[in-house]
Design a protein around this ligand. Structure first.
Ligand SMILES: [Zn+2]
Length: 172
């Protein structure tokens, strides 16, 4: 990624950046220490890369299609989902669901896993629209997914899930 730094006396403290095609323009105050600026630029780079990946994934991999397929198969197409998208800045969770806004977010790390594991995570988050907590009723819904046990076993073997308590903390 090409970086162009534009220093300005007018700027007092903040550094900002924007992407113009493949070039990152960084606006910095005059006299900012180089080490400090370098760190900020690295952060911007990471953020822009994540944003670009997110955009790419959400155009290529259509999560809405996957969710719709699961919706029809397991919920008679009645489950309301406002939006579902990949996120690229989440490393602690595989997915999350805001049951009030009905928005589901899925970690891009699931792309490295078999599709039926990714589908399990999508299904898991969809179930949260009905049951926000990891209640007995929630797990009952999840168990309807044909490969639920196998998918959980897969995630467990990967070291992501050890116990249900651990799992509860991973997912939200
Ligand atoms: Zn959950």
């Amino acid at each position: 990624m090409e970086v162009k730094i534009i220093c300005s006396q007018k700027r007092k403290k903040t550094v900002s950046a924007r992407m113009v095609k493949d070039k990152m323009l960084v606006y910095a105050p005059d006299g900012i220490p180089a080490v400090h600026l370098e760190r900020i630029i690295q952060n911007f780079k990471r953020r822009f890369k994540q944003q670009r990946l997110k955009k790419e994934l959400n155009t290529k991999e259509d999560l809405a299609v996957i969710a719709q397929r699961l919706n029809e198969r397991y919920f008679k197409g009645k489950l309301e989902i406002a939006a579902i998208e990949y996120i690229t800045d989440q490393y602690k969770k595989f997915g999350c669901c805001n049951y009030k806004s009905k928005v589901i977010r899925i970690s891009h790390r699931l792309l490295e896993m078999p599709p039926w594991v990714r589908d399990y995570v999508v299904f898991h988050e969809m179930a949260h629209i009905i049951e926000p907590n990891h209640s007995r009723a929630f797990w009952k819904i999840v168990s309807r997914y044909r490969l639920a046990e196998r998918a959980r076993g897969y995630l467990m073997a990967k070291g992501f899930e050890r116990t249900r308590e651990h799992l509860d903390r991973l997912w939200i």
